[in-house]
Design a binder for this molecule. Structure first.
Ligand code: SF4
Length: 434
């Protein structure tokens, strides 16, 4: 019997990229390929790239070069956002046989054979259409405890620091029937939690159906145990979504990740964000008042061009005062082609680092405070893969990381079990099964 062709994958960037890599990997398996770890030798190495900053571009090139060094005979396929923006730059790198932007990348397997027989690298980079889309649905033989379900792609918001409306194109939506089929396939493979992903998912619309209809339709699927919204833009959260999070009988969990970016109105306006500090504040307080035990998270950027000490303090105060459980902190990083890259008064690297460190420390304190609130209570935990030591971790509905030693007689992987939260640590709570 002839040996199976081997393919390996490396993903850079966001969760959406991760979920798309899984879909591409599945299509290779269906065609008879063996999927192997990226470090091993392979016939095809697929690199799914990111281009949010200049730094991401350098990282993409570094991964491509090292893949070629390790695997000089492999065909290297570079797909995703960097391919969308800089196809010519990529074709100049040794070993690259195929470059595909975002429009067609899920069909990569169909182009791989073709690219092996061409002298020059094959570039597939058509314009990204705005039309609603369907994605291939596979039965997943591998279990994913928390399955990322893509419902939308692209963005129309044009924030001044962001390249996504160009690299991923304008907003478009996945057809409701197609995404529900995918959710059912995840459930059939044993997934307990469905995480809705996309670029700007609060704007979801399939004819007159919105994101609220998506969560209600998922709620009606028997095997779905939890539904989580990955991240949603402020001003796009419909009241119906908050109602569902507040309803203990609905599977939508009490988790809201609302990117703030800055607590200064002047910076928000230069970022072309669509809200003021007060709009954001009121939205958060409305949600926190309505939703018991809500886990509230955010993204924040430090060192946007011209950000003064006072403006940074405004951000610090908002983050310190609102009931956040955590935040992700990003230093402003110039992205060529965006309006912010052309702005004057750049903040020095050292100052960005200083501000970033202050906010990361604050985030740790907030997480600690959030975790401590739940010590002494019982919450449902969805367990993931145990370590060889026997320790197993999982997440509560409101995203608290919980650890315990797995009893030999009770395998917990992929089970939702009530756990008494006993002792808080900085990054997890130790618990006891009830
Ligand atoms: S909302 Fe703004 S930051 Fe988010 S993807 Fe759209 S343009 Fe980028």
């Amino acid at each position: 019997m002839s040996q199976k062709a081997r393919v390996s994958f490396h993903t850079l960037g966001c969760r959406l990229n991760q979920s798309e890599t899984s879909t591409i990997a599945k299509s290779f398996r269906e065609k008879g390929y063996e999927v192997v770890p990226f470090e091993e030798s392979a016939d095809v190495c697929v690199i799914n790239t990111c281009t949010v900053t200049g730094h991401s571009d350098a990282k993409n090139r570094q991964v491509i070069r090292s893949a070629h060094r390790r695997n000089p005979k492999a065909s290297i396929a570079v797909v995703g956002c960097y391919s969308q923006m800089a196809a010519q730059e990529i074709t100049a790198l040794d070993g690259v046989k195929l470059v595909m932007g975002n429009a067609e990348k899920l069909r990569l397997v169909d182009y791989v054979e073709q690219s092996r027989h061409t002298e020059e690298p094959l570039v597939i980079n058509p314009k990204i259409s705005r039309a609603a889309f369907a994605e291939p649905v596979f039965q997943w033989e591998q279990l994913t405890t928390r399955a990322h379900l893509k419902i939308q792609d692209g963005c129309d918001f044009m924030c001044s620091f962001c390249i996504i409306p160009f690299s991923r194109g304008r907003s478009r939506n996945r057809l409701l029937n197609n995404l529900l089929e995918d959710a059912q396939a995840f459930v059939n493979s044993g997934s307990q939690e469905i995480v809705l992903t996309g670029v700007n998912i609060g704007t979801y619309q399939d004819r007159d159906r919105t994101i609220v209809d998506v969560v209600d339709a998922l709620n009606a699927i028997n095997g779905v145990k939890r539904i989580r919204i990955s991240s949603i833009e402020p001003t796009t959260v419909p009241p119906g979504l908050i109602d569902r999070m507040a309803d203990a009988d609905h599977k939508l969990v009490p988790f809201l990740h609302l990117p703030l970016q800055s607590g200064s109105d002047s910076i928000l306006s230069q970022m072309k964000r669509r809200y003021t500090r007060d709009d954001y504040w009121n939205e958060v307080m409305r949600a926190a008042d309505r939703i018991p035990d809500l886990c509230l998270g955010t993204d924040v950027m430090v060192g946007f061009p011209g950000e003064t000490d006072e403006q940074f303090d405004d951000t610090f105060q908002v983050l310190n005062t609102l009931p956040f459980a955590y935040f992700h902190v990003f230093p402003f990083s110039e992205r060529k082609g965006t309006p912010a890259a052309r702005m004057a008064n750049k903040v020095s690297v050292e100052e960005k680092q200083r501000r970033g460190t202050l906010l990361r420390q604050l985030s740790l304190q907030k997480r600690n405070g959030f975790y401590q609130r739940f010590v002494g209570t019982v919450r449902p935990v969805l367990f993931e893969t145990p370590k060889p030591s026997g320790e197993i971790t999982g997440y509560t509905d409101n995203y608290i990381k919980v650890a315990l030693m797995q009893p030999n007689e009770t395998p917990l992987k992929n089970q939702i079990r009530p756990v008494y939260l006993k002792e808080g640590q900085t990054d997890r709570i130790f618990g006891e099964l009830i």
